[in-house]
Write a protein that binds this ligand. Structure first.
Ligand SMILES: [Zn+2]
Length: 416
C-alpha cells in the first residue's frame, strides 16, 4: 500500500477506465502531491489532459515502463479493524441482552399493578351492583311495607290497638335503618376502591417511565447493532473503510465485479492498475450520492474521465464518479447533497467512449489514496442476485435520454 500510495496522485481526479483504448502519446505525469481532491482546481474545457496525473489511479511516474508493482496489501483484510468491529458487535449484543433483562422486573411489576387494577375495577363493578340492588330492595320494601302498613293501619285502626300500630312503625324504621347502613358501607367501600385505583395508577407511572426509557435505550442499541454488524460485514468482505449507511451509487440493476488491481492500458505509457470499480448500467441511469456530503470538483477532464465529479462524504471519505453523461439537478461544485440524491447520470464519456456505458467509481478514505470499493459495494448490494453485465446494460431503460440531461454536457451514446 505504501509503495503505491506514494505514487498515487489523487489530487486531480482522473479515473480508471475499463475499456482498453489505443495507445496515446506518452504523457508526462506530474508529481502532484496534493492529497485533497477538493483543493485542486478542475481543468477547464479543452485543457490538455497530458498535464494531468492519472486520477485516483496508481499512476506511475515512469509512464508504464517499469510500472510500480501492484500493492498486494491493498487487497488484504484489515484483521485489526475486523476484530475491533467484531468486539464492538459482541459488546452491543451483551448490552442488548442486559437491557432486555433489566426490563423483566419492571414488566412483572407492571403486570402486578395492572392485574391489581383489574381486581379493583371488578370490585367497583360488584360494589355498584350491590348498591343498586340494595336501593332497589329498600324501595320495594318501603313500598310493600307502606302498602301492608296502610292495610295494617286500616286494620289496626279498626281494632283500636294503637300499641300494635306503633310496633309496626318501629319495625319499619329499623328496616330502613338497616338498608341505609348497608348503603353507607357500600359507599365507604366504593371510596376505598377509588383511592386504591388512584394509588395503583400512580404506582404504575414510574414503571411505565422506566420501561419507556429502557425501550429508547434498546432502540439506540439496535441502531448501533445494525450499523456495527454492517461494519463487520464490510471489513470481513475485505473493505479498507467502513461508511455507515453507504449505498450503491447507481440506481437499479447494475453489474459489477471486483476489478481492483486489474491492469489497464497495459503496454501503453499510461499503463496502470485499476483503482476503482466499474458499475455497468445503461447511459442515463441515475447516479446517487452514496452518503450525505458536498460536491467537490466537477466537470470534464477532456479525456480520461470524461464528465466526472467528486463527492466529499460527511464521513470524511471522498468518492470519484467518472464517465457521466450529465449531472443531476442543482449539482454544482460546493452543492450539499443528501444520501441517495441524484448527482448525475451514467454515461460513456472520456476513455469509456466507444465502450460499454458504466460508472467508474473510486473510494478515497479521508481524501487519501483509493481503496477497493468492491467490498463496500457488494456489502451494500446484499444477497440479491446480480444481473449479468448484458442484462444490466439492457435495462431497465435510461432515466435520462440524450437531449434531456440537466447539464449542458453532451451525452455520448454507448459504444457497441
Ligand atoms: Zn474503471
Amino acid at each position: 500500500m505504501v509503495v503505491v500510495a506514494t505514487a498515487i496522485t489523487v489530487g486531480v481526479a482522473m479515473p480508471a477506465w475499463s475499456v482498453e483504448v489505443a495507445a496515446q502519446p506518452p504523457a508526462a505525469v506530474p508529481d502532484d502531491t496534493a492529497t485533497s481532491s477538493s483543493s485542486v482546481p478542475a481543468p477547464g474545457p479543452g485543457e490538455s489532459t497530458t498535464s494531468l496525473p492519472l486520477d485516483g489511479e496508481a499512476g506511475n511516474e515512469s509512464g508504464g515502463v517499469g510500472q510500480t508493482p501492484f500493492d498486494l496489501a491493498s487487497r488484504m483484510t484489515l484483521l485489526g479493524e475486523l476484530a475491533a468491529a467484531r468486539g464492538r458487535a459482541a459488546r452491543l449484543e451483551t448490552q442488548v441482552l442486559d437491557e432486555l433483562a433489566s426490563q423483566t422486573p419492571w414488566l412483572a411489576r407492571r403486570q402486578d399493578l395492572l392485574s391489581g387494577n383489574d381486581r379493583v375495577s371488578q370490585s367497583e363493578r360488584t360494589n355498584a351492583a350491590s348498591t343498586a340492588a340494595t336501593r332497589e330492595s329498600l324501595r320495594r320494601q318501603v313500598v310493600a311495607t307502606f302498602v301492608r302498613g296502610d292495610r295494617r293501619q286500616v286494620l289496626l285502626g279498626a281494632l283500636q290497638d294503637p300499641e300494635a300500630m306503633s310496633r309496626g312503625e318501629v319495625f319499619l324504621d329499623a328496616l330502613r335503618a338497616q338498608r341505609s347502613n348497608t348503603l353507607d358501607e357500600l359507599a365507604k367501600r366504593s371510596a376505598g376502591l377509588s383511592a386504591l385505583a388512584t394509588q395503583l395508577s400512580s404506582d404504575l407511572r414510574p414503571v411505565e417511565q422506566a420501561l419507556s426509557e429502557s425501550a429508547a435505550r434498546l432502540n439506540q442499541l439496535e441502531v448501533a447493532r445494525t450499523s456495527t454488524n454492517a461494519e463487520v460485514q464490510a471489513f470481513a468482505a475485505g473493505s479498507h473503510v467502513y461508511v455507515p449507511g453507504f449505498r450503491i451509487p447507481v440506481v437499479g440493476p447494475v453489474n459489477f465485479i471486483d476489478s481492483w488491481g486489474f491492469p489497464r492500458m497495459a503496454g501503453t505509457p499510461k499503463a496502470h492498475w485499476h483503482e476503482g470499480t466499474d458499475l455497468m448500467a445503461p447511459v442515463g441511469r441515475e447516479l446517487v450520492a452514496v452518503e450525505p456530503g458536498r460536491i467537490g470538483r466537477l466537470g470534464n477532464d477532456s479525456g480520461l474521465g470524461g464528465e466526472r465529479l467528486w463527492l466529499i462524504g460527511s464521513s470524511g471519505t471522498e468518492y470519484y464518479y467518472a464517465h457521466l453523461s450529465g449531472y443531476g439537478p442543482g449539482i454544482v461544485e460546493g452543492a450539499e447533497v443528501i444520501a441517495g440524491q441524484v448527482v448525475g447520470y451514467v454515461g460513456a464519456t472520456g476513455n469509456a467512449s466507444g465502450g460499454s456505458a458504466h460508472l467508474h467509481f473510486e473510494v478515497h478514505p479521508g481524501g487519501g489514496p483509493a481503496v477497493n470499493p468492491y467490498p463496500l459495494l457488494i456489502t451494500a448490494w446484499g444477497s440479491v442476485s446480480m444481473p449479468s453485465e448484458a442484462e444490466a446494460l439492457a435495462g431497465p431503460g435510461p432515466v435520462l435520454r440524450p437531449g434531456e440531461q440537466f447539464s449542458t454536457v453532451g451525452v455520448e451514446a454507448p459504444g457497441p
